[in-house]
Design a protein around this ligand. Structure first.
Ligand SMILES: Nc1nc2c(c(=O)[nH]1)N[C@H]1C(S)=C(S)[C@@H](COP(=O)(O)O)O[C@H]1N2
Ligand SMILES: [Mo]
Length: 157
């Protein structure tokens, strides 16, 4: 069955779907929080150096230094219960998205943790560059997990 959160190929969308970079975090009980750029700046910042973007169309670029808030730190801050099975849907308003499983979130790959990025090369990321952009450091399959313009994060239990 086709799963839109597990794409096998994709034509990248160059255009942000809206101007506002804030997104909605929805918890398993249905409660939700609007997360702004300021909210993310108030959480611990993590850097992932040496990340390549393996992009369909414009080839591979990098290495880049990205920084922002790990998905794990965000979900910890909002008191997600990691003891129960869950997955996390990270979705852009343009329909592109990715599903992250509990184990890969809790046991980050040696390439680095999944990061909700605010800066690129130590400069504030522009909306065009994907703000807020999910980086999955171990993904090298045509950027199919690198979600630009995160619009919703759903914790599904
Ligand atoms: N929201 C959103 N994120 C996305 C895409 C998209 O179409 N929409 N395309 C993905 C794909 S397939 C690629 S190759 C990269 C392209 O990133 P770039 O525009 O920074 O090169 O974004 C990824 N993230
Ligand atoms: Mo891609």
């Amino acid at each position: 069955m086709h799963d839109p959160l597990n794409p096998h190929s994709h034509d990248p969308n160059p255009e942000p779907p809206s101007a506002d970079p804030s997104f909605l975090l929805t918890m398993p009980n249905g409660r939700s929080h609007t997360i702004t750029i300021n909210d993310l700046h108030s959480l611990p910042q993590t850097t992932v150096a040496n990340h390549y973007i393996v992009s369909t169309g414009h080839g591979t670029s990098g290495p880049f230094q990205f920084a922002g808030v790990t998905l794990l730190d965000l979900l910890t801050h909002y008191s997600v219960d990691f003891g129960h099975p869950f997955s996390v849907e990270v979705i852009s308003a343009d329909g592109f998205g990715n599903r992250i499983q509990r184990d890969e979130l809790l046991n980050p790959d040696s390439a680095g943790p999944m990061l909700l990025c605010l800066t690129l090369q130590q400069q504030p990321m522009t909306r065009e560059q994907g703000l807020v952009r999910l980086i999955v450091p171990n993904e090298k399959d045509d950027a199919l997990r690198q979600v630009k313009w995160v619009g919703k994060i759903n914790v599904v239990q």
